[in-house]
Design a protein around this ligand. Sequence first.
Ligand SMILES: Nc1ncnc2c1ncn2[C@@H]1O[C@H](COP(=O)(O)OP(=O)(O)OP(=O)(O)O)[C@@H](O)[C@H]1O
Ligand SMILES: [Mg+2]
Length: 358
Amino acid sequence: MPSLKLNKIVKDYGNGPVIHGLNLDISDNEFVALVGPSGCGKSTLLRMIAGLEHTTGGVFSVDGKDLTHATPQNRNMAMVFQSYALYPHMTVYDNIAFGPRIRGESENEYDKQVREAAEKLNLTSYLDKYPRQLSGGQRQRVAMGRAIVRDTRLFLFDEPLSNLDAKLRTHMRSEIRSLHNQLNSTTLYVTHDQIEAMTMADRIVVMNQGRIEQTGSPLELYDNPANIFVATFLGSPAMNIFEGSVIQSGDSLRVAFTDQHVVSVPAPSKSSVNVGDRIMVGARPQHLIVTTEQTENSLPMTVSYIEQTGAECFIGLEFLGEKYSLVSQDRIAIEAGTQVHVAFSKTHLFDKNTEIAL
Ligand SMILES: Nc1ncnc2c1ncn2[C@@H]1O[C@H](COP(=O)(O)OP(=O)(O)OP(=O)(O)O)[C@@H](O)[C@H]1O
Ligand SMILES: [Mg+2]
């Protein structure tokens, strides 16, 4: 029953902390995706959990047992790295059996495990092949096989799919998730890929500069971002942010973006703002509506580009020198350079100074 607890974890490589007293609980059988910009400390955190990196401060425990300073061998976790680091001169079988052999297990003991792992990963017919004879996805599965024969239920992944092409990634995404379900494991999965995080995880942890900004289910974070950072980090194209002042609050929220640009916007149900507040209005690209006619609730914008993918129409917009984006399911027949009028169908509101959701 691996459940993890990180309590006030600190990491300092010698130039000041890069992880600042981080708290995180992961339940048994949970699949948690860890996301955040490059350099925010994701790999550092994973390596500390695996015992590959010394922890400067705080306590890390598994099922209540303090493992903060335990050796990697005594943690019983499997880690899969971005580069799968297979042994090129060994067959798939030998690569998977490497761990048990090093631990001194006899062939009787590990042979069944290796074959079962290969079966789960669709590698049975490749056991005699060498890594160079395999595709990227097959190599990835061998790396997973090595992790599985560790006889652990606690998996750490550090961007394991980033070397694969789009099609293989999609395939491996569902394989990793179904393996997690089959083995009843607990998984912490670092990724740069939002679609991976959104589709694979029970819960997403958004990190920024060594701290957690927000945790929640993928849709909770998407629908109710706690602050501007999370709002603009999740979702592609990113949420548009407009600065303005509240002219009228209540059911009908009126916002002045400039003296000449005052419009009504649909306010989120729980938000509380007062007349005079400086706010940021966030609108996902899907929640901007383009019209050719001016209305009293539209802002005049210039089309900088338009891209049709068939299913969707991506429009780049400019307003007061800032760039915005709009995505529509409808095919909109306008050209770059045209002036259009843009209204809001849904918004998120944030305090201008604290950047926290209102
Ligand atoms: N061995 C090290 N020595 C000193 N500083 C390090 C070391 N490893 C990482 N850092 C620093 O710690 C911070 C976090 O790095 P880390 O590798 O954990 O980021 P990350 O979130 O995994 O980034 P990426 O998404 O690019 O992989 C960075 O500022 C990095 O420069
Ligand atoms: Mg990293």
